[in-house]
Design a protein around this ligand. Sequence first.
Ligand code: NI
Length: 183
Amino acid sequence: MAIREIIKPDNPTLRKKAHKVTDFGKDFQTLVDDMVETMLDAPGVGLAAPQVAMTKRLIVVRLPDDEESQQEYGTQAGVLYAVANPEIIKASKEMVEGVEACLSIPGYFGRVDRHESVVVKGLDRHGKPLRVKAKGWLARVFQHEIDHLDGRLYIDIASEVWDARRDEEDESAESVPEAKLSE
Ligand code: NI
């Protein structure tokens, strides 16, 4: 396993539409392992293959598994999701506003509206069909990562984007715990 470089918006690959995964062989397995390692090292709660300069439809997601997260996200806290060719097949009408950050855009936060819950269909790392029902923060992370596969960044749809240094002087930042980890 290896930690890969996370590219920034100055690299045009981040804006490309990623291709479907069709080969689940050795190189793909290495990519999954490397993306997991890169996400955990960052640390972040999600990573999409274009962020490591691979134009493949692959995302990895993992919410923290500390006690607080377990209370809030139950059995989904700490679960590692690796999903190839993910598609949102159901989305709640209800939208929720929340704060996001992105490992490709360090030092910034943004306020983004997302569906409160989604159902994601895709393939696991071995090419077997998989379905994930996600609510709240997990649903937000899936939406953020799937956007990456079409070259879309949260800053494209955010109602507000700000420099993280602003929050260091602002105690109200404590009210946005999601912002502690990037996607
Ligand atoms: Ni991101």
